[in-house]
Design a protein around this ligand. Structure first.
Ligand SMILES: Nc1nc2c(c(=O)[nH]1)N[C@H]1C(S)=C(S)[C@@H](COP(=O)(O)O)O[C@H]1N2
Ligand SMILES: [Mo]
Length: 237
């Protein structure tokens, strides 16, 4: 028997307007749906949600962990980062605010006292390279629970000390593989890979795994956020 959901999607692919209408009813429209590439983004997002659903990113055995290189060995410029580094990042703070009942400020030591989840997954850059590593940290869902999301919260906007900003929806935010990562290959996350803290979002392309994470803000819209990146907002792999 044909899968009706899949058939609807394929029919929709032949008629963007119909896909948009159907998608609005089914919650399949990403926030960057309008504009030049809107229709394509919508179909990617809808296809992922319908065909992949809440599937997990593939996990690998320890034997597959890559010998690490640093294709993007960048770090935040400026005195503030150097001072935090000199102090062993003891004063690094992760702030959680926006549409939450109880805003939080957590240090790396605080985070280490919370439940840890570990995964061996692949980070895939949109430029065509990738590597496999073990990542460990606190599930974002746990951190959101501490802060108590308000019912209006729909997106998690997250930002970094080098001023990168990105966002995911609640579906990805609450996914068990989305983790606030402080450990890589059983050692503190190196600066070259975003230490001391990065958000690992293994179901999407590498640029969604934001390095130097220091702020998480819950919002009901992505107005003024999604437009800042030249990359597609949804980067499912
Ligand atoms: N804060 C911040 N996060 C970032 C980036 C960045 O420049 N700054 N680069 C992104 C891109 S494009 C990729 S592919 C990955 C690279 O991760 P890696 O340094 O562990 O290889 O980090 C992502 N997260
Ligand atoms: Mo990338």
């Amino acid at each position: 028997m044909a899968n009706p959901t899949r058939r609807n999607l394929l029919l929709g692919a032949g008629a963007g307007a119909a896909a948009l209408t159907a998608g609005k009813a089914n919650g399949l429209i990403p926030p960057d749906a309008t504009g030049l590439y809107g229709c394509g983004h919508t179909l990617t997002y809808a296809a992922q949600k319908l065909l992949v659903g809440n599937a997990h990113a593939r996990e690998f055995p320890p034997s597959k962990i890559s010998a690490i290189n640093h294709p993007k060995d960048t770090f935040p410029r400026g005195e503030a980062f150097q001072q935090l580094k000199a102090g062993g990042f003891a004063d690094w703070k992760l702030q959680i605010d926006g549409l939450v009942a109880t805003p939080q400020t957590l240090t790396i030591a605080d985070l280490r006292s919370h439940p840890t989840s570990s995964q061996i997954t692949q980070l895939i850059c949109e430029e065509g390279w990738s590597y496999i590593a073990q990542w460990a940290g606190v599930p974002l869902s746990h951190i959101l629970q501490l802060a108590g999301p308000k019912p209006a919260a729909r997106y998690v906007v997250y930002s970094a000390m080098d001023e990168w900003v990105d966002a995911i929806d609640m579906n990805d935010a609450l996914h068990p593989q989305t983790i606030v990562t402080h450990t890589m290959n059983n050692a503190p996350l190196p600066i070259g890979h975003g230490g001391p803290l990065r958000l690992r979002v293994p179901r999407q392309l590498g640029y969604k795994s934001l390095k130097f994470l220091n702020k998480i803000t819950l919002t009901d819209s992505l107005k003024g956020v999604a437009g800042e990146s030249s990359y597609s907002w949804f980067a499912g792999i």
